[in-house]
Design a protein around this ligand. Structure first.
Ligand SMILES: Cc1cc2nc3c(=O)[nH]c(=O)nc-3n(C[C@H](O)[C@H](O)[C@H](O)COP(=O)(O)OP(=O)(O)OC[C@H]3O[C@@H](n4cnc5c(N)ncnc54)[C@H](O)[C@@H]3O)c2cc1C
Length: 413
């Protein structure tokens, strides 16, 4: 805040993702940027935000999950605030200038090289993850193919650059997982655009089933842990039965829930599978005979009793928070009203969590534990300080800002 026009606002009602665990809090840890006017010349430099049915910011009152995800603030304000601060300092920001190589070796990095120029100085790798590089995904992640989200430029350059100077690596098999849907025709930066399936999983009147027609997870948990459950490998069929899987819901859910770009109610697009009864829907989805009907029957009994005996859906504060605050139960309702629907859910990856290991000042380390002089890394380019953990809203950008700042200060000192 001292060095940019960004102002941060605490979210007093937003629970940690595992608020029920020792040390967890039911609010006040996550923050978001206050609204900031973005001058048009700057707005034109920032990737547009994909369309979602938007939620207006109230004058006062609770900052809800829907407002944070579908309100007008979101990531562009953060990017704009950082760009304005750099502009004030006279820092040149080049786009379309891909760094191809580091100058130096394991005993010292002196700068970077792009196709057209060389730039001397200490280097902070902030090139994001490797989710858009199919070869790295296949060789490192626990599933051979992911629905890669985030900028298409996140194609593993930090791995290649840090490897070229003998860096040690950590956390390479993990990622910020996110169940995702694909709306035909939508693209971002020339790549297929996969939408996060977020609050949709937690609303009453819905379940997720794998390709055997069975539930496999508490659907209302945070996205990374639901996404991780989708990666289960089944040795009997030699498949990943929950990747892809299905979000199944009924007509009452469709009438009151925003689904990706779809406002509640209205005409059904072709990418929603719809049928008058569950048996017809299961046939359309190619599920084993009777499995979906059995799953829904069991879930409906639990939903009516207000207790999910299989997976404990809705038991914890974060799950209730992303559910429907106006429903009798924020997370549970039987699927009873025709028509019935399904949307295909893919194993989405917001970004990977592995990269060169660093010390607390972002210095890239070698296998012998000593830093590579002149080389730093932060954000998704680096081995993530949270390991496999997904602690709460801002769990990705928060440490990126903290360790990016520390790396910058160490490089400048
Ligand atoms: C849909 C979505 C919603 C999200 N919501 C949240 C949220 O609410 N809160 C939160 O904390 N996090 C959120 N995240 C995650 C967050 O956006 C990322 O963790 C964060 O942007 C990572 O920042 P980064 O600076 O490490 O990398 P990135 O933001 O991925 O930026 C890396 C950049 O480096 C560029 N690059 C790559 N290679 C090179 C090269 N060789 N030379 C030059 N440039 C290069 C890439 O093109 C890219 O533009 C979300 C992510 C997605 C996809």
């Amino acid at each position: 805040e001292d060095h940019s026009p960004l102002q941060w606002v605490a979210l007093p009602d937003w629970p940690d993702y595992q608020a029920q665990l020792p040390g967890g809090r039911v609010g006040g840890r996550s923050i978001w940027p206050a609204p900031l006017p973005v001058p048009p010349y700057l707005a034109a430099r920032i990737q547009p935000t994909p369309e979602v049915p938007s939620v207006p910011v109230p004058e006062a009152g609770r900052v809800t999950d829907a407002l944070v995800l579908r309100g007008p603030v979101r990531g562009r304000v953060l990017v704009a605030g950082l760009l304005l601060a750099l502009e004030e300092l006279g820092v040149e920001v080049r786009t379309g200038e891909r760094v191809d190589a580091l100058m130096g070796d394991a005993w010292g990095v002196r700068g970077v090289r792009s196709r057209t120029a060389e730039f001397a100085g200490d280097v902070v790798l902030a090139t994001g993850g490797f989710q858009h590089d199919p070869a790295l995904v296949r060789s490192l992640l626990p599933i051979p193919e992911v629905a890669a989200m985030g900028p298409p430029g996140c194609s593993g350059d930090a791995v290649r650059l840090a490897r070229s100077v003998g860096a040690a690596f950590g956390n390479m098999a993990d990622a910020w997982w996110m169940p995702a849907i694909r709306v035909p025709g939508e693209e971002i930066g020339g790549a297929p655009f996969f939408r996060p399936l977020h609050h949709e999983r937690a609303q009453p009147g819905s379940i997720m089933v794998d390709r055997t027609g069975r539930r496999f997870v508490d659907e209302a948990q945070n996205y990374t842990d639901v996404g991780r459950a989708m990666l289960r490998f089944d040795a009997g069929s030699y498949t990943w039965p929950a990747a892809p899987c299905w979000l199944v819901f009924d007509g009452a859910y469709r009438a009151r829930t925003t689904i990706g770009p779809l406002a509640p109610g209205g005409d059904d697009p072709a990418w929603l599978h719809r049928a008058d009864d569950l048996t017809s829907l299961a046939t359309r989805l190619d599920l084993p005979r009777g499995a979906l009907e059995d799953t829904v029957e069991r879930f409906n009994l639990d939903a009516k009793a207000g207790f999910d005996g299989e997976f404990g859906r809705g038991a914890h504060p974060y799950e209730q928070w992303i559910g429907d605050p106006d429903a009798p139960n924020p997370n549970l309702a039987p699927l009873e009203s025709s028509p019935f629907y399904a949307v295909e859910v893919l194993a989405g990856c917001l970004g990977t969590k592995g990269g060169p290991r660093t010390d607390a000042d972002g210095r890239v380390l070698r296998d012998d534990g000593e830093p590579v002089p002149g080389l730093f890394a932060a954000g998704n380019a680096a081995a993530n300080p949270f390991g496999i953990g997904s602690p709460g809203g801002g769990g990705t950008i928060g440490p990126a800002l903290v360790f990016g700042t520390r790396a910058g200060e160490a490089a400048a000192s």
